[in-house]
Unconditional design. Structure first.
Length: 268
C-alpha cells in the first residue's frame, strides 16, 4: 500500500459518489434517446443477456416536487434529499466504478445499518474493502491479509487502514453522492435521454441532469457532474469531472440490481 497512491485516491475519491436518482413522470417522457453514455470500461454482463427490472419501486414523496422534463431546474438540496430517499427505498444494490486507471464493483446496503463490500483494481493490483457501519476492513497486495482499521491504534497498519478506509468510502460509498449533489446549488434537466448500459446487461433510458455551474467538494473543483435518473427516480448512476492537485479526473459510477438482497459480513 503506497502513500502516493492513497493521496491520489483522496483527490479522485470525492467524485465517486455520483450514483443516482431517477425521475418522476413528465410530459415528454416518450422522447427517444439521442446518444449512448457508459463508463469507459463497461462492466462484464452477468449471464450475457438483459434481465428484468429491479423489484417494484414506488417514487418517494421526497421526489414528488421534482418534475423531470427538458429545461427544468432543481435545487441541489432537494435533489439530494430525493436521492437519499430513493436509495433507502431500494435498500441495497450493486455498483460499478471507473476512475482513471482504477475500476471495480461493490455491493451495498443503504439505510440505518449501512454496509459496503467490494474492490478496486488498478496497475498495483486489487484492493478489497468491507465496511460495516463505522468499522472498516481492507486487504491489499501489500498487506496480504484483512486488517481492521483503528485510527487510535499503535499498529501502523491499523492506522493506515483507518485512513485509507475514509478514502475508499469517498470512492464508492453511495451516501457520498447525496453530499456532492447538495454541494451544487442548482441542477438542470436536459432534453436528451441517453441509454445507459448497466453491469447486469440491462440497457435503460435515463434523464440527464447536469450541475448548472462548477462547484467545490472536499477540495476538488467539480467542472461537470452528470446524474442519470429513470422516470420513477430509480438510481442509475452518474459521471463527474473534477480537478484536484492539478490533476483532472473523470469518474463514472453505475447502479444496478437495486433492491436485490445483499448480505455483507465482516471478513473472517
Amino acid at each position: 500500500m503506497r502513500p502516493r497512491r492513497l493521496r491520489r485516491y483522496a483527490c479522485i475519491g470525492t467524485l465517486l459518489a455520483v450514483g443516482a436518482l431517477a425521475g418522476c413522470s413528465s410530459s415528454d417522457g416518450s422522447a427517444e434517446p439521442t446518444r449512448t453514455e457508459s463508463s469507459s470500461v463497461r462492466p462484464t454482463d452477468k449471464g450475457g443477456s438483459p434481465k428484468a427490472s429491479a423489484p417494484e419501486f414506488t417514487t418517494p414523496t421526497e421526489c414528488g416536487g421534482l418534475r423531470l422534463g427538458g429545461g427544468a431546474t432543481f435545487a441541489g438540496s432537494a435533489l439530494s434529499k430525493c436521492l437519499v430517499a430513493a436509495l433507502k427505498a431500494y435498500g441495497s444494490g450493486t455498483e460499478s466504478v471507473q476512475s482513471g486507471d482504477e475500476s471495480g464493483t461493490s455491493q451495498f446496503v443503504f439505510g440505518d445499518e449501512p454496509a459496503l463490500s467490494g474492490s478496486m483494481t488498478g496497475p498495483e493490483g486489487e484492493n478489497a474493502y468491507v465496511f460495516k457501519g463505522d468499522d472498516e476492513w481492507i486487504k491489499t497486495p501489500g498487506l496480504g491479509k484483512w486488517v481492521k482499521g483503528d485510527e487510535n491504534s499503535a499498529d501502523p497498519q491499523e492506522k493506515m487502514v483507518a485512513a485509507t478506509g475514509k478514502l475508499y468510502r469517498a470512492l464508492a460509498d453511495p451516501a457520498m453522492t447525496a453530499q456532492m449533489i447538495a454541494s451544487a446549488p442548482e441542477w438542470t434537466v436536459e432534453q436528451e435521454r441517453p441509454v445507459i448500459s448497466l453491469g447486469n446487461g440491462e440497457d435503460v433510458k435515463a434523464w440527464r441532469i447536469v450541475n448548472k455551474k462548477p462547484y467545490t467538494f472536499l477540495g476538488a473543483n467539480v467542472r461537470e457532474h452528470i446524474v442519470w435518473f429513470g422516470d420513477d427516480f430509480t438510481p442509475y448512476g452518474g459521471q463527474a469531472e473534477s480537478r484536484a492537485g492539478g490533476v483532472m479526473t473523470t469518474t463514472t459510477q453505475h447502479f444496478y440490481d437495486l433492491g436485490e438482497p445483499v448480505t455483507i459480513e465482516p471478513p473472517a
